[in-house]
Design a protein around this ligand. Sequence first.
Ligand code: FES
Ligand code: MG
Length: 593
Amino acid sequence: MTTRKPATSNGRFRSQEWFEAPGHIDMAALYLERFMNYGITPQELRSGRPIIGFAQSGSDIAPCNRIHLELAKRTRDGIRDAGGICMEFPVHPIFENCRRPTAAIDRNLSMMTLIEILHAYPLDAVVLTTGCDKTTPAGIMAATAVDIPAIVLSGGPMLDGWHDGDLVGSGTVIWRARRKLGAGEITEDEFLDMACASAPSAGHCNTMGTASTMNAVAETMGLSLPGCSAIPAPYRERGQMAYETGVRIVEMAYEDLKPSKILTKASFMNAIAAVAAIGGSTNAQPHITAMARHAGVDITDADWRAAYDIPLLLNMQPAGKYLGERFHRAGGVPAILHELAVANLIDTTAATVTGKTLGENIEGKASKDREMIKTVAEPMMERAGFLVLKGNLFDFAIMKTSVISKEFRARYLSRPGHENIFECKAVVFDGSTDYHDRINDPALNIDEDTILVIRGSGTIGWPGSAEVVNMTPPDALLKKGITSLPTLGDGRQSGTSDSPSILNASPESAAGGGLSWLRTGDMIRIDLNTGACDALVEADVIAERKTEGLPPVPESMTPWQEIYRSTVSQLHTGGVMEPALKFTRIAEKMPRH
Ligand code: FES
Ligand code: MG
């Protein structure tokens, strides 16, 4: 029996309400007995030690997170050594690349099921195992809603991929190889070779895609131990980090260091700044917004606009050259935050899981690899945050400016007297099947002055919101060397994409947004100086078209799709389940016997 008491309001762990069940020995017996069947003793469970959940996100169908099946062993060691008892359980898997119609529909499902587990079982704290894109926000949203001590353990990225002497990063290689295939430069076999070469080991995407971005966000918000997010999955430091994380979560359980004591507006603002500095995924916008809303923090358009001025500091694909191994060796997230702190661009007083401030955690962590991590004074690029746009087509959309290529800038953004302003003729696709069916149709007359528009790809329309906006130009243009066209849509795009699309447009077409009345042939004017994006269509014509109803969207195919559609918000507001937001600090109320 431990004599140490937790700093909870009643000086007890919530698991004691199950295993001691004061006044209910019959219930205590029931709660205890079945744990005996794998050899754990009643004495252990009634010792007053914290029960630490290990929320296992890895499985054979979640390969990006599969390393956690191994890491669990080291985390358990850490939990035991620190005086806790570990109970591992599965969470709803989310695998970005394979889940149809899109993994996005499962972020809220995974969150909701994890909330039920954390609330209803005798768990005092939890290790959130993260990796693939949505596994990070799903876990954080759940732990925040329940509000028990929680720590993020990333599985880490894969080793760097190499093909023919070139670095090939996951996801990014697909978009680049697809353009080469369309241009007739490579065969389908070569395409597959390049893709497979990008995935040389266990781990999640080795580019600064959504996975690395969201793990960096978690670390920046103070939810993981410093340096956790960038350690490649197979490195020995990954196992050591798993052990240290296990040790620390036991201490956090005693300290009652809950997400509500860590996550403030400052944590989220720091995360938004970090996303700009690392050239992070545009998916960070809905995920950060969703996590903030569950934490009771309001993120406004002005907050995103303010971060537009943050420079790009990290030389990593898709915005830069290198991959995850070099990022880790160059110092990882602490080194990025160090640069931002030196330039006063983040709030270093923010709290973290270490019990120290963010500033204390990153002291002395400046990078020595200036090819990989730049200073604010000499960045990769000035103003690399997401550009927020609005106009008659949508109230909110973003553009990832850190991936605007020289070629794109020269063609669209450098007309003398009209810098950063361009006008293009829309070609509108209803979802990705329509895009694939028609993109090479010569009758569409797609040329350099075309903007490719996709609708029906938002949270309701898809459902779940699809990564489809980074549309590749038709093969005929690829063969002429035109590798990217302006694109716009109410869906998302992969964080690994190097396309400067205008995406996450909200409200989406299926919710009556402006894309619903847009027609092929309409001119669209985009002004990156002011953030205005408008279809040049007269008001009376718009009003007339609005009477014609919304473009059709596919039917729901499962119960969850139907339920999801009835509760989900737009990407602008995080794609959250609105009715779920009223449940905060759920653990304060004990579930009844
Ligand atoms: Fe899972 Fe990229 S597909 S991390
Ligand atoms: Mg993705």
